[in-house]
Design a protein around this ligand. Structure first.
Ligand code: ADP
Ligand code: MG
Length: 253
Protein backbone atom coordinates (compact mmCIF):
# COMPACT_ATOMS: atom_id res chain seq x y z
CA UNK A 1 0.00 0.00 0.00
CA UNK A 2 2.15 2.76 -1.38
CA UNK A 3 0.00 5.74 -0.99
CA UNK A 4 -1.47 7.64 1.83
CA UNK A 5 -5.22 7.46 1.41
CA UNK A 6 -5.72 4.22 3.28
CA UNK A 7 -3.01 4.98 5.80
CA UNK A 8 -4.62 5.91 9.08
CA UNK A 9 -1.26 6.05 10.81
CA UNK A 10 -0.17 3.91 13.70
CA UNK A 11 -1.13 6.64 16.09
CA UNK A 12 -0.62 6.22 19.81
CA UNK A 13 -3.98 5.21 21.24
CA UNK A 14 -5.02 7.25 24.24
CA UNK A 15 -5.62 5.12 27.33
CA UNK A 16 -9.17 6.34 27.67
CA UNK A 17 -10.11 5.55 24.06
CA UNK A 18 -13.40 3.62 24.04
CA UNK A 19 -13.41 0.11 22.55
CA UNK A 20 -14.31 -0.05 18.87
CA UNK A 21 -17.04 -2.58 19.71
CA UNK A 22 -18.50 -3.49 23.08
CA UNK A 23 -21.29 -6.08 23.35
CA UNK A 24 -22.75 -6.87 26.76
CA UNK A 25 -25.32 -9.62 27.13
CA UNK A 26 -26.37 -9.12 23.53
CA UNK A 27 -29.32 -11.19 22.32
CA UNK A 28 -31.37 -11.17 19.14
CA UNK A 29 -34.49 -13.28 18.84
CA UNK A 30 -36.43 -13.40 15.60
CA UNK A 31 -40.14 -13.92 15.89
CA UNK A 32 -41.51 -15.81 12.91
CA UNK A 33 -45.26 -15.86 13.44
CA UNK A 34 -45.06 -17.07 17.03
CA UNK A 35 -42.03 -19.28 16.45
CA UNK A 36 -38.97 -17.81 18.13
CA UNK A 37 -35.45 -18.19 16.75
CA UNK A 38 -32.72 -17.24 19.20
CA UNK A 39 -30.10 -16.15 16.66
CA UNK A 40 -27.78 -14.61 19.31
CA UNK A 41 -27.83 -15.42 23.02
CA UNK A 42 -26.21 -13.38 25.74
CA UNK A 43 -23.08 -12.45 23.81
CA UNK A 44 -20.43 -10.42 25.61
CA UNK A 45 -17.10 -9.29 24.14
CA UNK A 46 -15.05 -6.22 23.45
CA UNK A 47 -12.89 -5.28 20.45
CA UNK A 48 -10.22 -2.65 21.00
CA UNK A 49 -9.44 0.02 18.42
CA UNK A 50 -7.10 -1.37 15.78
CA UNK A 51 -7.67 -5.08 16.42
CA UNK A 52 -8.02 -7.64 13.62
CA UNK A 53 -10.67 -10.17 14.68
CA UNK A 54 -12.11 -13.18 12.89
CA UNK A 55 -15.57 -14.49 13.70
CA UNK A 56 -16.01 -18.17 12.97
CA UNK A 57 -19.00 -20.45 13.20
CA UNK A 58 -21.05 -22.84 11.14
CA UNK A 59 -23.89 -21.64 8.96
CA UNK A 60 -26.78 -20.50 11.14
CA UNK A 61 -24.62 -19.77 14.20
CA UNK A 62 -25.61 -16.09 14.26
CA UNK A 63 -22.68 -14.44 12.47
CA UNK A 64 -24.70 -12.30 10.06
CA UNK A 65 -27.11 -11.38 12.83
CA UNK A 66 -24.13 -10.02 14.75
CA UNK A 67 -22.92 -8.10 11.67
CA UNK A 68 -26.35 -6.51 11.30
CA UNK A 69 -26.30 -5.41 14.94
CA UNK A 70 -22.74 -4.04 14.87
CA UNK A 71 -23.48 -2.35 11.56
CA UNK A 72 -26.48 -0.65 13.18
CA UNK A 73 -28.78 -2.20 10.56
CA UNK A 74 -30.78 -4.03 13.25
CA UNK A 75 -31.43 -3.66 16.96
CA UNK A 76 -30.83 -6.22 19.70
CA UNK A 77 -33.74 -7.85 21.53
CA UNK A 78 -31.81 -7.32 24.76
CA UNK A 79 -28.36 -6.39 25.94
CA UNK A 80 -26.11 -3.46 25.21
CA UNK A 81 -24.01 -2.52 22.21
CA UNK A 82 -21.53 0.34 22.01
CA UNK A 83 -19.71 1.36 18.83
CA UNK A 84 -16.74 3.68 19.39
CA UNK A 85 -18.24 4.35 22.82
CA UNK A 86 -21.68 5.29 21.48
CA UNK A 87 -24.64 3.34 22.90
CA UNK A 88 -26.65 2.21 19.86
CA UNK A 89 -29.89 1.99 21.84
CA UNK A 90 -29.77 5.67 22.71
CA UNK A 91 -29.35 6.97 19.18
CA UNK A 92 -32.09 8.53 17.07
CA UNK A 93 -32.39 7.96 13.33
CA UNK A 94 -30.06 10.77 12.36
CA UNK A 95 -27.34 9.74 14.80
CA UNK A 96 -27.70 6.12 13.66
CA UNK A 97 -27.28 7.18 10.05
CA UNK A 98 -24.17 9.14 11.01
CA UNK A 99 -22.81 6.13 12.88
CA UNK A 100 -23.41 3.88 9.86
CA UNK A 101 -21.74 6.36 7.55
CA UNK A 102 -18.72 7.42 9.55
CA UNK A 103 -17.85 4.70 12.03
CA UNK A 104 -18.49 1.45 10.17
CA UNK A 105 -17.82 0.22 6.67
CA UNK A 106 -19.40 -3.10 5.67
CA UNK A 107 -18.40 -5.53 2.95
CA UNK A 108 -20.59 -8.48 1.93
CA UNK A 109 -20.06 -11.84 0.25
CA UNK A 110 -21.92 -10.77 -2.90
CA UNK A 111 -20.19 -7.35 -3.14
CA UNK A 112 -23.57 -5.55 -3.43
CA UNK A 113 -22.40 -3.06 -6.06
CA UNK A 114 -24.94 -1.14 -8.10
CA UNK A 115 -24.78 -2.76 -11.56
CA UNK A 116 -25.56 0.34 -13.62
CA UNK A 117 -22.94 2.47 -11.96
CA UNK A 118 -19.24 2.57 -12.76
CA UNK A 119 -16.56 1.61 -10.28
CA UNK A 120 -15.93 5.26 -9.52
CA UNK A 121 -19.65 6.04 -9.05
CA UNK A 122 -20.11 3.05 -6.73
CA UNK A 123 -17.30 4.26 -4.50
CA UNK A 124 -18.56 7.85 -4.50
CA UNK A 125 -22.07 6.79 -3.47
CA UNK A 126 -21.64 6.89 0.35
CA UNK A 127 -20.19 10.39 0.09
CA UNK A 128 -23.57 11.59 -1.10
CA UNK A 129 -25.31 10.26 2.01
CA UNK A 130 -22.76 11.51 4.47
CA UNK A 131 -23.40 15.26 4.35
CA UNK A 132 -19.75 16.15 4.65
CA UNK A 133 -17.98 18.53 2.37
CA UNK A 134 -15.49 16.66 0.24
CA UNK A 135 -13.89 19.10 -2.19
CA UNK A 136 -13.46 16.57 -4.99
CA UNK A 137 -15.43 13.35 -4.53
CA UNK A 138 -14.23 11.77 -7.76
CA UNK A 139 -10.60 12.45 -6.86
CA UNK A 140 -11.03 10.87 -3.42
CA UNK A 141 -12.83 7.82 -4.83
CA UNK A 142 -10.25 7.49 -7.60
CA UNK A 143 -7.38 7.64 -5.11
CA UNK A 144 -8.97 4.95 -2.94
CA UNK A 145 -9.50 2.75 -5.99
CA UNK A 146 -5.85 3.21 -6.92
CA UNK A 147 -4.93 2.16 -3.35
CA UNK A 148 -6.85 -1.10 -3.70
CA UNK A 149 -5.25 -1.77 -7.09
CA UNK A 150 -8.05 -0.64 -9.40
CA UNK A 151 -6.70 2.67 -10.66
CA UNK A 152 -7.14 1.56 -14.25
CA UNK A 153 -10.73 0.34 -13.87
CA UNK A 154 -12.52 3.54 -12.81
CA UNK A 155 -15.09 3.53 -15.61
CA UNK A 156 -15.85 -0.17 -15.76
CA UNK A 157 -19.23 -1.51 -14.68
CA UNK A 158 -19.29 -4.30 -12.07
CA UNK A 159 -20.17 -6.95 -14.71
CA UNK A 160 -16.94 -6.07 -16.53
CA UNK A 161 -14.84 -6.89 -13.46
CA UNK A 162 -13.74 -10.16 -11.89
CA UNK A 163 -15.13 -11.18 -8.49
CA UNK A 164 -11.94 -10.15 -6.74
CA UNK A 165 -11.99 -6.76 -8.47
CA UNK A 166 -15.65 -6.25 -7.51
CA UNK A 167 -14.80 -7.01 -3.89
CA UNK A 168 -11.99 -4.43 -4.05
CA UNK A 169 -14.51 -1.86 -5.29
CA UNK A 170 -16.78 -2.77 -2.37
CA UNK A 171 -13.87 -2.36 0.05
CA UNK A 172 -12.99 1.06 -1.38
CA UNK A 173 -16.66 2.03 -1.06
CA UNK A 174 -16.75 0.84 2.56
CA UNK A 175 -13.71 3.00 3.35
CA UNK A 176 -14.64 6.20 1.55
CA UNK A 177 -16.08 7.90 4.64
CA UNK A 178 -13.02 6.90 6.69
CA UNK A 179 -14.70 4.54 9.17
CA UNK A 180 -12.89 3.24 12.25
CA UNK A 181 -14.25 -0.25 11.79
CA UNK A 182 -14.35 -2.44 8.71
CA UNK A 183 -16.82 -5.31 9.00
CA UNK A 184 -16.74 -8.03 6.38
CA UNK A 185 -19.41 -10.75 6.24
CA UNK A 186 -17.88 -13.76 4.44
CA UNK A 187 -16.00 -11.46 2.04
CA UNK A 188 -14.26 -14.37 0.31
CA UNK A 189 -17.28 -16.68 0.16
CA UNK A 190 -17.77 -16.06 -3.56
CA UNK A 191 -14.08 -16.01 -4.53
CA UNK A 192 -11.55 -18.64 -5.57
CA UNK A 193 -8.72 -19.53 -3.19
CA UNK A 194 -6.01 -17.34 -4.73
CA UNK A 195 -8.27 -14.29 -4.92
CA UNK A 196 -9.49 -14.94 -1.37
CA UNK A 197 -5.93 -14.70 -0.10
CA UNK A 198 -5.34 -11.49 -2.06
CA UNK A 199 -8.41 -9.95 -0.45
CA UNK A 200 -7.28 -11.11 3.01
CA UNK A 201 -3.83 -9.60 2.37
CA UNK A 202 -5.60 -6.32 1.65
CA UNK A 203 -7.48 -6.53 4.97
CA UNK A 204 -4.20 -7.29 6.74
CA UNK A 205 -2.64 -4.20 5.15
CA UNK A 206 -5.60 -2.06 6.22
CA UNK A 207 -5.26 -3.43 9.74
CA UNK A 208 -1.52 -2.64 9.69
CA UNK A 209 -2.50 0.93 8.83
CA UNK A 210 -4.59 1.21 11.98
CA UNK A 211 -8.10 0.16 10.95
CA UNK A 212 -10.18 -2.10 13.22
CA UNK A 213 -11.06 -5.12 11.06
CA UNK A 214 -13.65 -7.83 11.77
CA UNK A 215 -13.96 -10.63 9.23
CA UNK A 216 -16.71 -13.23 9.40
CA UNK A 217 -15.86 -16.56 7.82
CA UNK A 218 -16.31 -20.27 8.18
CA UNK A 219 -12.95 -21.08 6.61
CA UNK A 220 -9.94 -21.65 8.86
CA UNK A 221 -7.39 -20.41 6.31
CA UNK A 222 -9.25 -17.09 6.08
CA UNK A 223 -9.60 -16.72 9.86
CA UNK A 224 -5.84 -17.36 10.15
CA UNK A 225 -5.10 -13.80 8.99
CA UNK A 226 -6.60 -12.34 12.15
CA UNK A 227 -4.92 -11.87 15.52
CA UNK A 228 -7.91 -13.00 17.49
CA UNK A 229 -10.66 -15.50 16.87
CA UNK A 230 -14.19 -15.53 18.26
CA UNK A 231 -16.12 -18.75 17.70
CA UNK A 232 -19.91 -18.96 17.69
CA UNK A 233 -22.17 -21.97 17.97
CA UNK A 234 -25.96 -21.82 17.97
CA UNK A 235 -25.93 -18.10 18.73
CA UNK A 236 -23.48 -18.34 21.60
CA UNK A 237 -19.90 -17.14 21.83
CA UNK A 238 -18.03 -20.34 22.72
CA UNK A 239 -14.40 -19.22 22.55
CA UNK A 240 -12.28 -16.11 22.31
CA UNK A 241 -8.59 -16.70 21.60
CA UNK A 242 -5.62 -14.63 20.54
CA UNK A 243 -3.50 -16.08 17.77
CA UNK A 244 -0.34 -15.33 15.87
CA UNK A 245 -1.45 -15.14 12.21
CA UNK A 246 1.74 -16.85 10.96
CA UNK A 247 1.36 -19.73 13.42
CA UNK A 248 -2.34 -20.01 12.63
CA UNK A 249 -1.52 -20.26 8.91
CA UNK A 250 1.17 -22.88 9.55
CA UNK A 251 -1.42 -25.06 11.31
CA UNK A 252 -3.70 -25.14 8.25
CA UNK A 253 -3.27 -28.54 6.54
P1 ADP B 1 -24.95 -17.17 9.98
O1 ADP B 1 -24.63 -15.86 9.37
O2 ADP B 1 -23.96 -17.60 11.03
O3 ADP B 1 -25.14 -18.25 8.97
P2 ADP B 1 -27.48 -15.95 10.73
O4 ADP B 1 -27.16 -14.85 11.65
O5 ADP B 1 -27.81 -15.57 9.32
O6 ADP B 1 -26.34 -17.06 10.77
O7 ADP B 1 -28.73 -16.77 11.29
C1 ADP B 1 -28.81 -17.23 12.64
C2 ADP B 1 -30.16 -17.89 12.87
O8 ADP B 1 -31.18 -16.92 12.79
C3 ADP B 1 -30.51 -18.95 11.83
O9 ADP B 1 -31.20 -19.97 12.47
C4 ADP B 1 -31.39 -18.20 10.85
O10 ADP B 1 -32.27 -19.08 10.23
C5 ADP B 1 -32.11 -17.22 11.76
N1 ADP B 1 -32.44 -15.95 11.08
C6 ADP B 1 -31.57 -15.10 10.49
N2 ADP B 1 -32.19 -14.01 9.99
C7 ADP B 1 -33.51 -14.19 10.26
C8 ADP B 1 -34.69 -13.42 10.01
N3 ADP B 1 -34.64 -12.23 9.40
N4 ADP B 1 -35.86 -13.93 10.44
C9 ADP B 1 -35.92 -15.10 11.10
N5 ADP B 1 -34.88 -15.88 11.36
C10 ADP B 1 -33.67 -15.43 10.96
MG1 MG C 1 -24.21 -15.32 7.42
Amino acid sequence: MENGHLDRGRRVKPLNEPPAILCRGLSRTYDLGGQKVEALRNVTFEVRQGEFVAIMGASGSGKSTLVNLIGALDKPTSGELFIDGLAIAGLGDEALARLRNHHIGIVFQQFNLLPRMTTLENVMLPLNYAHVKVPDKAALAGALLADVGLGTRLHHKPAQLSGGQQQRVAIARALVNRPNILLADEPTGALDTKTSHEIMALFAALHANGLTVMVITHEADIAAYAERMLRFRDGELISDTNQDPLEAMARIP
